[in-house]
Each structure stands twice: as C-alpha cells, then as structure tokens.
Write a protein that binds this ligand. Structure first.
Ligand SMILES: Nc1ncnc2c1ncn2[C@@H]1O[C@H](COP(=O)(O)OP(=O)(O)O)[C@@H](O)[C@H]1O
Ligand SMILES: [Mg+2]
Length: 308
C-alpha cells in the first residue's frame, strides 16, 4: 500500500486481561504483521502492560482484544473519550454483543430466530428448564467467548457440574436448547456478509469447543458451505439483520445453526472475532479475493470514515 501514511500512527490493541488473552495475542500479532507488511506505521499496544492514557500518542486504533474489557465497550469508551477513531463496533453494540442474553433479547424483539434459553440462578427450578428446553441443553457463561466454560448436558444429573463450571467464568449462566444439525458462521466486512462457512468439528467432540477451535487441526471448514444458493442468501440476509439489530458495525461474525428441519437459529455475535491467518473471517474474505494483509487494511480503512 503506497498511501498507508494516511493512517498515521496506529495502535494495534491486543493481549488484554480477558480469558481470551492467548487468542488475542495470536490474532493481534498477525494483524500487526499484516499492517507492517502493508507499510502502515503500526505498533503493538497491550493494555495489560500500559496505561490507556498513552493512546493519545496515536492517530487511530485497530482493536484485536477479545472478550471482556476489549470486546465489550470498555476500550471503545476510552477511545471515544480520547477522540481516537477505532475499528469495528461502537460502545453500545460491543456491550450488547458481549452479552449473549442481551443479544438474544434484541433478536427476539426483532423477530429474529435465536435458540431458546433460560438464565440459570440458584433459585432456578431445573425440572422446569428441562420441561421447557428439553435435553440436551448447552450451559454457557453469558459473557465469555471461545467456548470457555461451556458444556453439553444430556442427563439431569449432569446439570450441577456444568453450572459449576460455567460459574467459574461468569456470575451469569444460561442454558440453551441444544440444536442438532449443522453449524455455520457468517463473517462481515464493511458491514456486509461474506460467503457463509460451514464448521464441522470432528466426530469425537460434542461441539466446537476451545480445543477444537485452537488446538486441533481437524475441524473441517466448508466454503462453499453446502447450502443451496437461495438458502445461503437467506442466511446472509438473516445475519445482516441480526448484525444491524445489535448495532454491530464494520466487521465481525455471527455464529448460527440449522436444525434438522432446515430452520436457522442464531447463536451469538462476535464483534472482534479471531484474526489469525487460519481464523474464520480471513477464510471468508479470501473467498472473495482478499489476502490477509488486504483484509487488515480494509478493516483499518473503516476508521477513516469516522466510525468512532
Ligand atoms: N444451542 C446450541 N446447540 C448446539 N451446539 C451449540 C449451541 N450453542 C453453542 N453450540 C456450540 O458451542 C460453540 C460455542 O458457542 P457460541 O455460542 O458460539 O459461544 P462462543 O463462541 O462465544 O464461545 C458453537 O460454535 C457450537 O459448536
Ligand atoms: Mg461462537
């Protein structure tokens, strides 16, 4: 990129202190390397090690922090205060996207299909939850990512351990109806959906868990995704509405499933998805001709439009 100077000095924010720090370190380094290769004056900035007030020395920020603190509106709020343009979703959309329940409430209120769920507290009558959602269910911390703290529960006696595990990561825990079927992920660039990817974890794992995501290389990524052209268009249109409903902007990713009857169910939105060279957004962008470096520059270009 010959005109990379237009970006000025760019802070690539990665690391942080969330449960997804390790993933962020990988993603952030990949983005930093890509921007440097593209001639951008980019520097690493780990808010765990440095005061965010030092951000005043930069012209803009590329946020590659995953999870709490970085993907939930906190750092976005700091950048707003400093009047520094930044990539991706703003304060409110980030805060909503980090909360799986708030996200679902907005989708439900917008008539968008999301898997049925219940918040679980000490007072919750688990028999009533089973009567409502059936079995299996998946137990999730409400504010985590990367499948941290999640388990599939097939028998009533397994609830307690699953809830305990999720509680170690979050004060708010939910049970969600288990969707049997196919899993898809829909990436966004410039606010528009990219080709859908089908995710197929190996047969011996219950779902696309942390290990399958980051430590194994036998997850299959279908792109093209195997849906008919019409179905893929429908899913993209559904996800675009879902992306906009929560106020997500620019780039991101929505995870969804299709049940055995062919119905789509939205799972969650990621406003700062993984960005290693083998992550999902780069795969989807590649399918429409973006190299990893071009993708990183395209995301950064958003900050020129005053998205912050
Ligand atoms: N309702 C569900 N039914 C079946 N599998 C699910 C369900 N919800 C999540 N999963 C599996 O768990 C993975 C992680 O769930 P997700 O809601 O995307 O949270 P995150 O990616 O933030 O950890 C999904 O990619 C999917 O494989
Ligand atoms: Mg997910």
């Amino acid at each position: 990129m010959s005109n990379a100077t237009k970006f000025g000095k760019v802070a690539v924010l990665f690391g942080g202190k969330s449960a997804e720090r390790a993933v962020s370190l990988d993603s952030g380094q990949a983005v930093l390397d890509a921007l440097l290769r593209s001639g951008v004056q980019a520097e690493a900035f780990d808010p765990q090690d440095r005061s965010v007030t030092e951000l005043v020395n930069y012209d803009r920020a590329f946020i590659v922090l995953h999870g709490r603190g970085g993907e939930d509106g906190q750092i976005q709020g700091v950048l707003e205060w400093l009047n520094l343009p930044y990539t991706g979703t703003g304060v409110q959309g980030s805060a909503i996207g980090m909360d799986k329940v708030k996200t679902k409430q907005i989708w439900q209120g917008s008539d968008l299909p999301t898997a049925p769920y219940r918040i679980i507290t000490k007072e919750t009558d688990l028999d009533a939850v089973i009567a409502e959602l059936g079995l299996p269910v998946i137990i999730k911390p409400v504010h985590e990512g990367s499948s941290v703290g999640m388990s599939k529960v097939e028998k009533p006696e397994d609830f307690a351990a699953a809830i305990e595990k999720a509680t170690q990561h979050d004060a708010v825990v939910m049970a969600e109806k288990w969707i049997t079927g196919r899993e898809f992920t829909i990436s966004f660039l410039n606010g528009q959906p990219l080709p859908v990817i089908r995710l197929q974890p190996p047969a011996d794992v219950a779902f696309y868990d942390y290990e399958a995501k980051y430590q194994r290389n036998d997850v299959e990524y279908g792109i093209p995704c195997g849906l008919s052209e019409t179905e893929e268009k429908n899913l993209q249109a559904l996800c675009l509405r879902a992306f906009q409903a929560v106020g997500a902007e620019g780039w991101g990713r929505i995870d969804a499933m299709q049940d055995e009857q062919g119905n789509f169910w939205l799972l969650e939105v990621n406003t700062v998805p993984g960005m290693t060279s083998h992550s999902l957004v780069p795969k989807a962008a590649k399918a429409v001709g973006y190299s990893f470096d071009e993708l990183c520059v395209a995301i950064l270009e958003q900050t020129l439009e005053g998205t912050a």
